[in-house]
Design a protein around this ligand. Sequence first.
Ligand code: GDP
Ligand code: IMO
Ligand code: MG
Length: 422
Amino acid sequence: MSIISITGGQWGDEGKGKIVDHLSANVDIVARYQGGANAGHTVYVKDRKIILHQVPSGILRDDCHCILGNGMVIDPVSLVEEINMLRQNGISVEGRIHIANTAHIVTPVHRAIDRASETNTAQKIGTTSRGIGPTYVDKYNRRGIRGHNLTDSDKLEEMVKKRLEDAITHGELYDLSAEDIEHEFPKFLECAKSISPMVTDTFKFMQGKLEVGANILIEGAQGTLLDIDHGTYPFVTSSNCSVGGIANGLGIPITAIDRRIGIFKAYTTRVGEGPFPTELFDETGSQLQETGGEFGATTGRPRRCGWFDGTLAGYSSRINGFTEIALTKLDVLDELDEIKICTAYEVDGQRTKHFSEVLHRLAEVTPIYESIPGWCEPTTDIEHFDELPARAERFIRILSDIMETPIKFVSTGPEREQLISR
Ligand code: GDP
Ligand code: IMO
Ligand code: MG
């Protein structure tokens, strides 16, 4: 029996899907603990590109059960679309998707509120418009709709209609048409009904499997700097993406997790608004974006790109207590003559390595870089650590020292096989 967690170390899109896919070959269960359809996890299987939003990446491995945990916010319409996409790709989902009966449900009203509040605010977050924030607001306001409500269609219809009335009363829709939202109800109710047989007591299900020695892989969405508590608030998502969220989002105590793997890109990206100290606005930034194919898997938005931020990564590593790191997209740096690593920030004429000290004023910091020569040779087909160019090895060692955590995996391409481990 083993429990391993996969958590994003930066601002999301670190390549979690690929690493989960690799590690799920020998597990019985892959479980998501937070977020919802805002996630976009890309996995390549035999030349086919599959993007998963709510279903854990373990679905691509036969016999692997997938848990959508209680900490998630589930969108029935988007989930049905995703299941159809999987079926079209010949992936059988029958009896393999289990939705927590206490997970919260995203309705067309929540999606509309998300859109309306982004359009009508002076401080845009750049959300994915998937209704994530408004659904978590209702959860914490103790008026959410939960998984178990999907099994009673009449009650569910009553609840979603009431939520629409409340949204109108409280001006949450601004100038959006209530009729347009109401038109989405039949499809919502139909999708809710179709996924309702998947709703179950996922806690009991997982405990039962653990008792007979099952291996569980826990899949995080987003990344530590998007965490509602530890991230770059207010430019964050509305859940605890860091390791701390696992205990609440699945009912698995942190002490039961044997390995906590942090996923970091060899550089940094961010989608949406918010401060980004190492962001590049020059040709190198464009090169990273182009070579790395940095366009959002959920919204298609271009991802902002910049150098690896060690100040941020050191903080993230400590917040999560990572036992090991998977470094992804090393190949994207293959052609660069010079590579920079941010090792500290300067603010008010003072240097600091403490990210938390400046978290509330990140837009004011200037990154201090260590510059190293690039390796200028392809890494994509390398299969063993000791075959990596010496300069790439040095880069990896510097990052590992900054994060005070061993780098056990290096990913050198999007394909399943393009992964070196030790
Ligand atoms: P996630 O949200 O953390 O699962 O990451 P995304 O799927 O949103 O974004 C990661 C992108 O990088 C996807 O397009 C992956 O196919 C791709 N990718 C993952 N690992 C590597 C790698 O090592 N090298 C390259 N070039 N691409 C990678
Ligand atoms: P994965 O799991 C990158 C960002 C949005 C926005 C902020 C809040 O693929 O790594 P939300 O819709 O969650 O209320 O948006 O969070 N964001 C992500 N950025 N990867 C993600 O997921 C993200 N999910 C949300 O762009 O800035
Ligand atoms: Mg993604």
